[in-house]
Design a protein around this ligand. Structure first.
Ligand SMILES: Cc1cc2nc3c(=O)[nH]c(=O)nc-3n(C[C@H](O)[C@H](O)[C@H](O)COP(=O)(O)OP(=O)(O)OC[C@H]3O[C@@H](n4cnc5c(N)ncnc54)[C@H](O)[C@@H]3O)c2cc1C
Length: 374
C-alpha cells in the first residue's frame, strides 16, 4: 500500500468514529436529510485534516495533490463508508472557479471558508425556462450604490437550504440576449431577499429547491470576471467537473452491485454479470479520461463517461427492483436502500447535462455533425 493510501486510510479510521460513527454509510441520493448537522461538522473535520481542496494548487491553499492521489483519496473515502459530502459544490465548482477567474480579494475572502468546510455553496444556474438551454437565463441583476440587486427564480438548486453562498448567472445588461450580457455573481443566501422552497422528489426527500430572489443584494465586488462576461466564467465552472470523484463514485456503485447480486436468483445471473462487466468499462473509461492530456482533448470524454455511468446506474436500479420480485413494490415505513436506488437513478440521465445534450456534444464536437438548431 502506498504511503499516501495508508495516510488517508489511517486518518479516516481515526476520525470516522466516536461522535462521527453514526455517519458511516449515510447521506447520498435520496438520503440527503440524514444527520445534516453532524455532516456539516464532518465537513469542518475534513477541513481541519487538510482533506478539502486536495487537488487545488498550493497557492490557492490546496495540497496540489496529483490525480493519482486524488483518486486514492476518493477510493478510500468511499471504501470507509464516509458520508456523502455536502461541501462538494464549494470544493469542486465555486472554489476552482474563484481561484481561476477571481480577484485576489475574492480568493482571500472565499477560499479559506471552503477549505475549512465552514461555508457551503450551491449552484444557481437552472431556471424554469433555462435548463439544457442555459443561455435563456432570465434572472436579472442591476448594480446600484450598495451592490448588485438580484431578482428572479432559480430551480433544482441542490442543497440551497444548507448553503451560505450561491454562485449564479444573471442578466446584467438589459435587452441583452443569449450568452451576452450575463454576469457571474456570488450571493449570500441568508438574507431577506431570498426564499428557498424545497421540492419533494420521487424518494419523498428534498435534495433540491426553488430559490426566489426578490431584491436580494450582494456587494459590488462579488462579480467574478468582468460584468457582462459571465458566460465564459460559467462555462469555466462546468469544465471543473472533470470527474476525479467518479472513481470514488464507482466504489459506491460496486457496493450497490454487491447488494443487488446478493438477492439475485439464477434467472438474474446474466444481468448481474453484465452489470459487473459494465462497471469494469466505467472504470477503464474514467481512468482513460483522467489520463488524457486536456490540451489535446475535444472535451467529449466527459460526455462519453457521463452517458456510460448514467445509463449503467439506471439499469442497476432496474435490476435492483427485478431481483426483489413482487416485494420490490411494497413500502413498509420507508423506502429500502434498493427502492431508493431505483427511484433516484431516474435523475442520473438528467442532471449534469441530460443524455440528449451529451449526445449533441459528442455529435458536434467529435463527429463534426451540423449544430443542433435548438
Ligand atoms: C438531481 C438533480 C440535481 C440538480 N441540481 C442542480 C443544481 O444544483 N443547480 C442547477 O443549476 N441545476 C441543477 N439541476 C438541474 C439540471 O441541470 C437540469 O435539470 C438539466 O440541465 C436539464 O434541464 P431541464 O430540467 O430544464 O430540462 P430541459 O432542458 O427542459 O430538457 C427537457 C428534455 O428535453 C431534452 N432536450 C433539451 N434540449 C435538447 C436538445 N437541444 N436536443 C435534444 N434534446 C434536448 C432534454 O434532454 C430533456 O430530456 C439538477 C437536476 C437534478 C435532476
Amino acid at each position: 500500500m502506498s504511503d499516501f493510501r495508508a495516510e488517508v486510510r489511517d486518518w479516516l479510521a481515526e476520525h470516522l468514529r466516536g461522535e462521527f460513527a453514526p455517519l458511516v454509510g449515510t447521506g447520498g441520493p435520496g438520503r440527503e436529510h440524514e444527520h445534516v448537522e453532524l455532516r456539516q461538522a464532518w465537513e469542518r473535520e475534513l477541513g481541519t485534516g487538510g482533506w478539502i481542496g486536495l487537488g487545488w494548487p498550493v497557492e490557492a491553499g490546496g495540497r496540489g495533490a496529483s490525480v493519482e492521489e486524488q483518486v486514492v483519496f476518493h477510493e478510500e473515502y468511499a471504501r470507509a463508508g464516509a458520508p456523502a459530502r455536502i461541501g462538494h459544490m464549494g470544493e469542486q465548482l465555486a472554489g476552482p472557479t474563484i481561484a481561476a477567474f477571481g480577484t485576489q480579494e475574492q480568493k482571500d475572502r472565499f477560499l479559506p471558508g471552503i477549505l475549512a468546510g465552514s461555508e457551503l455553496w450551491c449552484q444557481g444556474y437552472s431556471e424554469p425556462g433555462a435548463g439544457s438551454d442555459l443561455a435563456a437565463v432570465r434572472t436579472r441583476a442591476t448594480l446600484q450604490d450598495d451592490g448588485w440587486h438580484v431578482d428572479g427564480q432559480k430551480i433544482w438548486t441542490s442543497l440551497a437550504h444548507l448553503a451560505d453562498w450561491c454562485f449564479l448567472i444573471a442578466r446584467t445588461e438589459p435587452g441583452s440576449e443569449r450568452h451576452k450580457g450575463l454576469s457571474y455573481l456570488l450571493v449570500p443566501m441568508r438574507q431577506d431577499g431570498i426564499e428557498v422552497r424545497p421540492i419533494v422528489q420521487l424518494t419523498g426527500t428534498s435534495e433540491f429547491n426553488e430559490v426566489f430572489f426578490d431584491d436580494a443584494v450582494t456587494a459590488p465586488d462579488n462579480v467574478v470576471g468582468e460584468p457582462g462576461q459571465g458566460w465564459r466564467v460559467a462555462m469555466g465552472t462546468l469544465a471543473f467537473e472533470r470527474g476525479v470523484s467518479t472513481l470514488g463514485q464507482q466504489v459506491g456503485f460496486a457496493r450497490e452491485l454487491d447488494e443487488v447480486a446478493a438477492l439475485a436468483g439464477p434467472e438474474h445471473h446474466d444481468a448481474v454479470v453484465e452489470a459487473w462487466a459494465g462497471l469494469q468499462v466505467l472504470r477503464a473509461t474514467a481512468l482513460r479520461t483522467l489520463d488524457n492530456d486536456a490540451s489535446s482533448s475535444t472535451g467529449v470524454e466527459a460526455s462519453v463517461s457521463k452517458l456510460l455511468w448514467a445509463g449503467w446506474h439506471q439499469r442497476l436500479g432496474e435490476l435492483a427492483m427485478a431481483v426483489q420480485g413482487p416485494a420490490a413494490t411494497l413500502v413498509d415505513g420507508g423506502l429500502s436502500p434498493l427502492q431508493n436506488l431505483f427511484l433516484f437513478t431516474r435523475s442520473d440521465t438528467i442532471y449534469g447535462g441530460s443524455n440528449e445534450v451529451q449526445r449533441n456534444i459528442i455529435a458536434e464536437r467529435h463527429w463534426g455533425l451540423p449544430k443542433d438548431r435548438a
